[in-house]
Unconditional design. Sequence first.
Length: 264
Amino acid sequence: MIDLNWAVNFLPLTGAGFGVGFLVGLTGVGGGALMTPLLISSFGVSPQIAVGTDLLYASITKAAGSWRHHVSDHVEWPIVLRLAAGSVPASIVLLVAMALMPLNTVALAHWIRLGLVVALPLSGLAIVLYPLLAQTPERTADGKTPPRTLATVLFGVALGLLVTLTSVGAGAIGVSVLAALYPHLPAKRIVGSDVAHAVPLTLIGGLGHLGLGHVDMGLLVALLTGSIPGILLGARLAGVAPEWILRPVLGIMLCYAAWILFNK
């Protein structure tokens, strides 16, 4: 746990949650990729606490989105199960390794920062490239979905490790790689499947970090207080601002966040 002066920090943290939630509702991506570096660089939260708290925050916010996608029939559940078959065991293995072979605080913070410096530019690139990847149709001869089981499970493993270590990747990287693996699927089903898969992954990762003492519940409440209305407002205004402007701006913001963390 960390000791924040909530009389001073609650409103700024709520504002940060609102801003990030608004961008997520507006564009569908950017939650963990924006929140974690913001907490570290602007609020002085340790990398471990930032990652652990953000994972639980993501699991709560994405649960509602996942249900909405499910009701709208926007989830390709076989793809979700293939991803989870790789990501969930990978996340558990990494959490167990962190518990059994604990690094000192400085070393763990270093590795998390290093992971963020790599993951953030990848997320920024994925945000920009996703529309291009999603425009290439592909179908099998009989019109069925090609399963690509091994590739999907292996990607799930990589995503499970990356998200558990950095809390980044479940959104931007997830939808971009899924669009490349399954370009025949409509964008709404790509996004819905990615959101549905992110719920168990971020929940398990968040609970694991909670067990390691890497979650600040006061910080979580402050972020949720702002992000829930932010997401609702952003979703209502989705489509007002053109994506060809928003996506490059988000990509630049993520690269800048990586640069700040690299030099911090």
